[in-house]
Write a protein that binds this ligand. Structure first.
Ligand code: PRX
Length: 582
């Protein structure tokens, strides 16, 4: 345990609602994924995420229950029941089918959090198309790269974001249609594009869901690696059972909960836990179009009487900075459970929750590739602040040595691995099976994280075992940033690292060397920053660029990011025996 942070005990009988999971140890012995399947429905063998999330409820007792409480950026509210979600997604499915979209096609989404985004995602899943979300703060290059890699045939976007698509459209021959959700912004749509409302409004409300099966593709999220460009981690419809079960047992969904997941559907947390887990459990979700703001967030909880809140460490650190007076001056008594994911949650954050909300914050761990939560601090279980909790009943998570043997001694650092076979496991990296295969060795899936396990099976994050940067919970590939920097005429080479940051955990920092004939001037630096932001967008562009004379490289010419980082932080340089001699 981290010194100074004793275990936070739980008195289950004092909780407002009896948790769905009270006996973790027992459940680990007896529970199986089949138990979760028994609570879902597979009419005629159909396994489809949209069916489990929408139609299953719309056809039954939850038809008139709110699925979505949508809050626009300027604070207006719209509500959509499960029945309306079914109708709207059916209309999209019909409209997109008429446009030529078919099973297996990749449909990309670049949109803010508006209701149509959710209607269209479900509509495409009903069609059997593969949903591929993009983050709205990506610049044109990350969009181009991802759409090209997956040969997307449709991009769904909004007028505000369309210019980024237009910039790269000529380089994307696979894209046949760009659908623009324009009616909310009161904008016209150019003749070469398709206005969402022009095809969806007149479409029929009846749709028979494509007969997808467990292993049919459903969604693809791009994620970052050390080498090469981001890869599309592809998931199948079967993953819904993981979302349903973790929603029930980790997020502890009950019929009357009002749930708010603050993550954007451009990232996996915003789909797995912003869409699939809550909707498959039939709860009501708050979706806020607006961005972060401490006051706005507390007002949102107060206004909608949010009971379960899933957020992220960077947001918690920002809320901590805003002080405890602010939450204390709102009525947040509806909250019964707060969770966090995406980056390490400092023990201070866990404990701060108690000060601010009278509730500790529960950290849990998973990644794009795992599709769903793998280990968690559960509502019924004592929290060890600084730990990511214990494995979910149906999964095996542990730490292993270099040679692939499990580490049995407590608190010894090793590779964090998962036993393959859980339902939401990714099934490939799109068009890169070799990379996918390289993640599985010795009978384990290697997560790329390092961790320790204590004597009671709580898992403690140590760090990543690669150069991937985690900035505010978003993974960034150094290679993706370097590739764009070297496009600039002044740049000879680039090396990109994650620099520790008090709030965002890491920020992207780039080191570049210059081509002959270029001088290190402020004007050049400004131009480099401009270039990076314009091409990559604020989600990926470096926060800092530094021009240096020489980049450390191995004798085989690989830039040693590890060394750049050690130098930046004033740390020991470690093994430099492979360093190129100058
Ligand atoms: O390094 C771990 C970190 O984020 C990575 C997964 O990021 P991504 O694929 O974008 O998935 C986001 C959905 C959670 C992990 O490999 N990470 C995630 N959760 C935690 C974490 N690091 C420490 N503590 C966590 N709770």
């Amino acid at each position: 345990m981290i010194e100074g942070y004793p275990e936070i005990g739980k008195d289950v009988s004092a909780l407002r609602v009896t948790p769905n999971l009270v006996d973790w140890a027992g459940q680990r012995q007896t529970w199986s994924w089949d138990d979760a399947w028994a609570e879902l429905d597979m009419p005629g063998g159909l396994i489809n995420k949209a069916y489990e999330c929408v139609d299953r409820h719309a056809n039954g007792a939850r038809a008139n229950k709110d699925a979505i409480i949508w809050q626009s950026a300027d604070g207006n509210i719209e509500r959509y029941t499960y029945a309306q979600l079914k109708t709207q997604s059916n209309k999209v499915a019909n409209a997109f089918r008429a446009m030529g979209v078919k099973k297996g096609d990749r449909v990309f989404f670049l949109s803010d959090r508006i209701p149509e985004l959710y209607f269209a995602i479900f509509g495409c899943l009903k069609l059997g198309a593969i949903v591929a979300p993009l983050f709205s703060a990506f610049g044109p290059e990350p969009i181009r790269e991802r759409v090209a890699r997956a040969e997307g045939s449709v991009i769904v976007t909004t007028p505000k974001l369309l210019s980024k698509v237009n910039e790269i459209r000529a380089q994307l021959p696979s894209v046949q249609r760009v659908v623009v959700i324009a009616h909310r912004e009161g904008k016209d749509v150019a003749s070469e594009d398709v206005a969402y409302s022009s095809i969806v409004d007149p479409a029929s409300e009846a749709f028979e869901i494509e007969q997808t099966r467990a292993e049919d593709w459903s969604i693809m999220h791009f994620t970052s690696g050390t080498t090469g460009l981001p890869k599309g981690a592809a998931h199948v419809h079967n993953a819904i059972v993981s979302h349903y079960a973790t929603g029930k047992y980790v997020l502890d969904f009950h019929e009357d909960d009002i749930y708010w997941c603050t993550a954007d559907p451009g990232w996996v947390t915003g789909t797995s836990y912003g869409i699939f887990a809550p909707f498959s459990n039939g709860v009501t979700s708050v979706i806020d179009e607006g961005g972060f703001g401490a006051r706005r967030w507390y007002e949102t909880i107060q206004r909608h009487k949010v009971t379960i809140w899933y957020t992220a460490p960077t947001a918690i650190r920002l809320l901590m900075k805003a002080g405890v007076e602010l939450p204390r001056s709102h009525d947040l008594t509806s909250l019964r459970y707060v969770m966090s994911v995406g980056e390490p949650l400092n023990p201070e954050g866990v404990v701060w929750g108690q000060e601010a909300f009278d509730l500790p914050i529960h950290d849990n761990w998973w990644q794009t590739e795992t599709g769903a939560i793998m280990c968690a601090n559960y509502i019924s279980m004592p929290i060890r602040p600084g730990s990511m909790g214990r494995p979910f009943p149906g999964v095996t998570v542990t730490v292993i040595n270099e040679d692939g043997t499990e580490i049995t001694e407590p608190m010894v650092e090793g590779q964090l691995v998962v036993k393959p076979g859980w339902p939401s496991m990714f099934r490939t990296y799109w068009n890169d099976q070799e990379r996918y295969d390289s993640r599985f060795k010795n009978g384990w899936y290697y997560t790329g994280d390092k961790a320790k396990k204590d004597e009671d099976g709580y898992i403690w994050f140590v760090g990543r075992d690669d150069d991937v940067i985690n900035t505010a919970g978003h993974l960034v590939s150094p290679f993706e940033v370097e590739s764009v920097l070297i496009e600039h005429e002044a740049v000879a080479e680039a090396g990109v690292i994650g620099k520790p940051d008090e709030v965002a955990m890491e920020v992207v920092k780039a080191f570049v060397t210059l081509n002959d004939g270029f001088e290190r001037t402020d004007a050049l630096l400004r131009d480099l920053n401009r270039h990076a932001r314009a091409r990559l967008g604020p989600a990926v562009a470096p926060r800092e660029i530094e021009i240096i004379d020489i980049l450390p490289k191995t004798r085989s010419g690989k830039i040693m990011r590890r060394l750049l980082k050690a130098r930046e932080l004033g740390l020991p340089e470690g093994d430099t025996s492979t360093l190129e001699e100058d």
